[in-house]
Write a new protein. Structure first.
Length: 178
């Protein structure tokens, strides 16, 4: 093998190794794709949708009411027989908030929650008075009657949050920011 050919092979090997390493690091620390396995977030997200999740926004940013987050399923989550290791829900309450509901209205600290996002309002079961612990978040699915969420197993600790969903990449007919 001549020198020039060996040099080209070495260059391409190095380029491929750098690309693979960069891709691994981006997925591990910055952005990851997730698949929506259930209808708990309908009508916002449908079964089979694929979303991009920003991991850095949780590590270096803030979490707000209305954010859609991906997190590790709590050990007390028995609604789906532990079928899912990661869950996707909307943040409804922040650390220190007192959550309640009356009828189909969610109350945060005694005030009706303003919900500009699209959701199915049938709130069953209701939210019993619950104070969100420090460094934790109260989450619910947008399809409230079919969502196993904080009403069942409590708040999600910050340490269990993987990232914020920000973009739907599949299906192509519904591609766009969330």
């Amino acid at each position: 093998m001549n020198r020039r050919r060996r040099r080209v092979i070495i260059e391409w090997t190095v380029i491929l190794l750098i690309a693979i390493t960069a891709s691994f690091l981006v997925r591990l620390y910055a952005v990851q794709t997730f698949y929506i396995p259930s209808g708990s977030m309908e009508p916002t997200l449908h079964v089979g949708d694929r979303i991009l999740v920003n991991k850095l926004s949780v590590r270096f940013g803030t979490i707000n009411i209305g954010d859609i987050i991906v997190f590790k399923a709590p050990p007390a989550e028995h609604c789906d027989d532990g079928a899912f290791t990661d869950l996707v829900k909307r943040v409804i309450g922040l650390p220190g908030d007192v959550m309640t509901s009356k009828g189909n209205v969610v109350y945060v600290n005694g005030k009706a929650l303003k919900e500009p996002w699209t959701y199915f309002p049938d709130l069953n079961p209701p939210i019993k008075r619950f104070k969100v612990p420090k460094d934790s978040y109260f989450v619910m699915g947008d399809n409230r009657a079919n969502s196993c969420d904080s009403r069942f197993w409590g708040a999600v600790p910050h340490k269990d949050i993987i990232g914020k969903a920000f973009f739907r990449i599949w299906p192509l007919s519904r591609i766009g920011f969330l």
